[in-house]
Write a protein that binds this ligand. Structure first.
Ligand SMILES: Cc1cc2nc3c(=O)[nH]c(=O)nc-3n(C[C@H](O)[C@H](O)[C@H](O)COP(=O)(O)O)c2cc1C
Length: 265
């Protein structure tokens, strides 16, 4: 498969791909993995991937992200219980990517300089730093042949995660990640078209045409919450996402983040 084939399958259209971009085929054709072989993961390889992930850019060189590698079976079981995904306990490795604003505050204390930026920006910057490390980790892990799946559902019980991992004030879990050797090759899941999601100079795209085009390309064999919303002939991605988020989720997240000492205004 060429990178153009992969992008065509992903987006329904593809740019002209110059030869120097062919090396990105693994990134273009990637997909999450929720089905792992039993084979163990070399701890040295895992730490190498963490080091590569933490080599990614960091806002203002502040380095406001940390990674927790979970190896204790009891802690792991506690995290697996939160989500209840039946495939999750079978993943040989589990990590949690955290936003860490505590180090920033410690720098101020050590330098004897008061914190002048105690507002939403701190939460935002630390969360982005953690997300960049997560994305870089996934790219690196997939490149060496691992399969991964981010797990944000651990945030459904943030207090439990914080207690299991001993997260101090100003440190919050951004995302979990399962990892292992995949049982099958990745599947290219279609995305919204490039026409809908890449803008040039000005953001002029109305939402509806891009969504409608994508709805026609996505296939959903099973409709969500049919007891409540009924069966729909042309059920698509927009129906699925609207139904998924018709149920309140993580309404306590703001309270948890504030409770950890972040100011969000
Ligand atoms: C921040 C983040 C959190 C996610 N959380 C979960 C999760 O809790 N459970 C899950 O099964 N997949 C989770 N995913 C995986 C997405 O469902 C998946 O990336 C998406 O469906 C697109 O599939 P693809 O990555 O194979 O293209 C998460 C992905 C991201 C980026």
């Amino acid at each position: 498969m060429t990178i153009k084939d992969a992008l065509q399958a992903r987006f329904g259209d593809a740019p002209d791909v110059p030869p120097e971009a062919e090396a990105l085929i693994d990134m273009a054709a990637r997909g999450v993995c929720r089905d792992y072989r039993d084979d163990p993961v070399d701890p040295a390889l895992l730490r190498t991937l963490c080091a590569v992930a933490l080599s990614s850019p960091s806002k203002s060189d502040l380095q406001q992200r940390d990674i927790v590698i979970v190896t204790d079976p009891e802690i792991r079981a506690g995290l697996d219980r939160i989500t209840g995904f039946d495939w999750q306990p079978k993943a040989p490795a589990f990590l949690v990517f955290c936003a860490n604003h505590a180090r920033f505050r410690a720098c101020h204390e050590m330098a004897g300089v008061p914190v002048a930026n105690d507002h939403l920006d701190g939460f935002f910057n630390a969360s982005i730093d953690a997300a960049i490390a997560l994305a870089t980790f996934i790219t690196a892990a997939e490149r060496v042949g691992f399969g991964c799946c981010p797990i944000s559902v651990i945030r459904n019980q943030p207090e439990t995660v914080a207690s299991l991992l001993g997260l101090p004030d100003h440190v919050i879990p951004v995302c979990g990640l399962t990892l292992g050797w995949p049982n099958r090759p990745p599947r290219i899941q279609p995305r919204l078209s490039l026409g809908a999601t890449i803008h040039e100079n000005r953001f002029t795209q109305a939402q509806e045409p891009g969504i409608a085009e994508y709805d026609r390309r996505r296939d959903f064999p099973r409709q969500r919450d049919t007891e409540k919303w009924g069966e729909k002939a042309d059920y698509g991605w927009s129906d699925d996402k609207a139904r998924q988020y018709a149920v309140p989720q993580r309404t306590d997240w703001g309270a948890f983040v504030r409770g950890k000492g972040f100011r969000l205004d």
